[in-house]
Design a protein around this ligand. Structure first.
Ligand code: ATP
Ligand code: MG
Ligand code: MG
Ligand code: MG
Length: 569
C-alpha cells in the first residue's frame, strides 16, 4: 500500500468526550469516526485491523470444525417470542416495525435464528454434532454506550452455536471452542485470562469468559497464582464463605444534605440516573498530605467505575478515586460492612485501621434528601443482621486450597457458554436418535467481541506516542519512511526496491510517499502504532545502510540494505 493512495487522517488532540486511552487513540489515529452514541464508522485504517482480527478468528473457527454461515441482522419477533426473550430482553433489544406493522428485532445475538435453522434442517443423530458460526453486526441499545468500540451499540461479534446429542457431546464441543479461543487470543498477541463465569456448582464450569488484562477493565478477575483457579468476581463471590461482617459501632447521624448533593453532583456530572438501590461505593481519597480527607460516596444504581473515576467532585481539590478492590489493595485489608442505612441489604465498605482512624465519613445518599455522618467503623463491631453476604479480596485462600487469591482487572472479549436445552426446549429443536425417538438437542454458544478487541488491545499496548499494535493485528506490519522520496533518485530507487521485496515476501507494508516532513511522518506512524519502521535516507544509503526502529525500541538500528527484508519479517 502507498500512503498517497490510502486514507490517513490523524488528530493532535482527541475530542473531549473520549475518556479512556483506547478511545482517544483510535479517534486520533483516524481509525473510527463517531456517527451517534455508540455508533461508529470504521475508517479504512480501523477496518484493516478489524479484518485481521476477523481472519484469525475465522481461521481458528474453521480449524476447530465450526462452519460459517451468515444470519440476518433483522429478525422476526415471532422467534424471540417463542423463547420468551422478546419480553425478557427489555430496552437493550432494539425493535423495529415494518410497513405492515410487524415487529422485528435487530439482533443482539442469534440463538433463536440458529435454533430455527437447525430444527428445520437437522433430522437425525447422524448429522450431529454440528457447530455454526457467523461474524455479524450486532445491535444492543446499551444504557451507557461508552469508550468507543469497547461498549458500542452497533458492534461486530463472532458468535458460534454448537448442537449435540447429549450433555457429554455438548461438553466436548465446548472444550473444542474453549481451546480454539485460547489459540485465537494467543495469536492476537494479547495477555489474557480465561475465568469461570458461573459458580461451577458440582464439577466443572458451564461458562467461561475470556478477558484481556488491563487496569482499565470493567471486570475484576480473581485467580490463584499457584493453581489454575480463575473466576470472575461474581462467580468467585458465589462460592466464597460468608464473611464475618462489621457494622457501625455507633448509630449514624442522619443529616439533611449535602451528602446527597455530593452524590448527586457526581451522578449528575457523570450523567448517571440515581436509582433506589446502592450498588457502587467509591472512596475518594484526597491525596494532599496535609489534611487528608476521605469521603465515601455511595452512588445509587449500577454505576461504571471508570466513569465515576473520571468525575470531578466539588469540594475535593486533589484526589483520586479508588475502587473497592483498589482500596483493599491500598490498605491491605478486607472490607467489612456498614449495616443497613436506608437499604434492605447491608453494603460493603472498608473497615481498616487506617480508615477507621479517620472519623466522620460522609456517606450518602441512599435516602432522599439525607446523608449520614459519623460513619466510623472498626473491627470491634457487632455482627450485622444479614447472614449470607460474601466477598472476595486479595489474599483470601483460593477455593481449591492452593495459594492465596490475587485480583486483577480485565476486559471481557469472549464468552463461552453451555446452554443445554434452554433454547431447544422452547423451540422444539429435536433430532431422531438411533431408535427413532425424538430427543432435544444440547446446545452451546460462543461469542467474541470483534470490535471490542481493538479497544482492549490498545488498553494493553500503548505509550505516550500512541498505539503499539501486536504484529498479528496491526493495520500494517511495516512502514517505509523515505527521506526525500520526491527529491532523491537514490532514495526513491532503494525505497521502491525494498517495497517490492517486502510485498513479494507477503509482508503487509505501507510506503509513506505523502511527502510529509520526517517529524510528521514519524508522529503519525507512532500514533497509528505500526510495529516496524524503516527509514531510507541518502546518508545511510551511501554506507549501504537503512535505519530500523521497532515501535517499542528507544533508538534506531542501522541495518544493511540487503538484510532489511529478512530483518522486518
Ligand atoms: P458485557 O458484560 O461487556 O456487557 P456481555 O456479557 O453482555 O458483555 P455477551 O453477551 O457475552 O456480552 O457477548 C459476547 C461478547 O460480545 C462479549 O464477550 C464482548 O466481547 C462483546 N460485546 C458485548 N457487548 C458489547 C458491546 N456493547 N460493544 C462491543 N462488544 C460487546
Ligand atoms: Mg452486556
Ligand atoms: Mg458480561
Ligand atoms: Mg458475556
Amino acid at each position: 500500500m502507498r500512503a498517497s493512495r490510502f486514507f490517513i487522517s490523524t488528530l493532535k488532540e482527541a475530542p473531549s468526550d473520549a475518556e479512556i486511552v483506547s478511545h482517544k487513540l483510535m479517534l486520533r489515529a483516524g481509525m473510527i469516526k463517531r456517527l451517534g452514541s455508540g455508533i461508529y464508522t470504521y475508517m479504512p485504517m480501523g477496518l484493516r485491523i478489524i479484518r485481521k482480527v476477523e481472519n484469525i478468528i475465522r481461521e481458528e473457527m474453521n480449524r476447530a470444525g465450526a462452519i460459517e454461515l451468515l444470519m440476518p441482522v433483522v429478525q422476526p419477533a415471532e422467534l424471540w417470542q417463542e423463547t420468551g426473550r422478546w419480553d425478557k430482553m427489555g430496552p437493550e433489544l432494539m425493535r423495529v416495525k415494518d410497513r405492515h406493522g410487524r415487529d422485528f428485532a435487530i439482533q443482539p445475538t442469534s440463538e433463536e435464528v440458529i435454533t430455527d435453522v437447525v430444527r428445520n434442517d437437522i433430522k437425525s443423530y447422524r448429522q450431529l454434532p454440528i457447530n455454526f458460526y457467523h461474524i455479524q453486526t450486532k445491535f444492543r441499545d446499551e444504557r451507557r454506550p461508552r469508550f468507543g468500540l469497547m461498549r458500542g451499540r452497533e458492534f461486530t461479534m463472532k458468535d458460534a452455536y454448537s448442537f449435540d446429542r447429549d450433555v457429554a457431546g455438548m461438553q466436548r464441543s465446548y472444550q473444542i471452542m474453549y481451546d480454539a479461543y485460547v489459540r485465537i487470543f494467543e495469536r492476537f498477541g494479547l495477555q489474557f485470562r480465561a475465568v469461570a463465569a458461573d459458580n461451577g456448582a458440582i464439577g466443572g464450569s458451564g461458562s467461561h469468559e475470556f478477558h484481556v488484562i488491563a487496569d482499565t477493565g470493567e471486570d475484576a478477575l480473581v485467580y490463584s497464582p499457584e493453581s489454575d483457579y480463575a473466576a470472575n468476581m461474581e462467580a468467585a463471590e458465589a462460592v466464597a464463605p460468608a464473611t464475618p461482617r462489621a457494622a457501625p459501632s455507633q448509630p449514624l447521624t442522619r443529616t439533611p444534605t449535602p451528602g446527597k448533593a455530593k452524590c448527586e453532583a457526581v451522578a449528575e456530572l457523570l450523567n448517571l440516573p440515581l436509582q433506589q438501590t446502592v450498588k457502587s461505593i467509591v472512596l475518594a481519597v484526597d491525596s494532599e498530605e496535609a489534611g487528608t480527607q476521605v469521603w465515601l460516596l455511595m452512588l445509587r444504581g449500577d454505576h461504571d467505575l471508570n466513569e465515576v473515576k473520571a468525575a470531578k467532585v466539588p469540594g475535593l481539590a486533589n484526589y483520586r478515586f479508588a475502587t473497592e478492590s483498589e482500596i483493599v489493595e491500598h490498605f491491605g485489608t478486607r472490607p467489612g460492612y456498614l449495616g443497613p442505612i436506608g437499604t434492605k441489604k447491608p453494603v460493603r465498605v472498608v473497615a481498616d485501621r487506617t480508615v477507621a482512624a479517620m472519623s466522620d465519613f460522609v456517606c450518602g445518599a441512599n435516602e432522599e434528601d439525607f446523608h449520614f455522618t459519623g460513619a466510623n467503623w472498626g473491627r470491634d463491631l457487632p455482627e450485622p443482621e444479614v447472614a449470607d453476604l460474601r466477598n472476595v479480596v486479595a489474599g483470601d485462600p483460593s477455593p481449591d486450597g492452593r495459594g492465596r487469591l490475587a485480583i486483577q482487572r480485565g476486559i471481557e472479549v469472549g464468552h463461552v457458554f453451555q446452554l443445554g436445552t434452554r433454547y431447544s426446549e422452547d423451540m422444539q429443536a429435536t433430532y431422531l436418535d438411533e431408535t427413532g425417538k425424538p430427543q432435544l438437542m444440547q446446545m452451546g454458544c460462543y461469542g467474541i467481541g470483534v470490535t471490542r478487541i481493538l479497544g482492549a488491545a490498545i488498553e494493553q499496548n500503548f505509550d505516550d506516542k500512541g498505539i503499539i499494535w501486536p504484529a498479528a493485528i496491526a493495520p500494517f506490519q511495516v512502514v517505509l519512511c523515505p527521506m526525500g522520496y520526491d527529491r532523491s533518485e537514490m532514495v526513491r530507487t532503494e525505497t521502491d526496491r525494498l517495497y517490492d521485496a517486502l510485498i513479494a515476501a507477503g509482508v503487509d507494508v505501507i510506503l509513506d510517499d505523502r511527502g510529509e516532513r520526517p517529524g510528521v511522518m514519524f508522529a503519525d506512524w507512532e500514533l497509528i502504532g505500526v510495529p516496524h519502521r524503516v527509514v531510507i535516507g541518502e546518508r545511510g544509503l551511501k554506507e549501504g545502510k537503512l535505519e530500523y526502529q521497532g515501535r517499542r525500541d528507544a533508538a534506531a538500528t542501522a541495518v544493511a540494505v540487503a538484510e532489511m527484508p529478512a530483518f522486518v519479517r
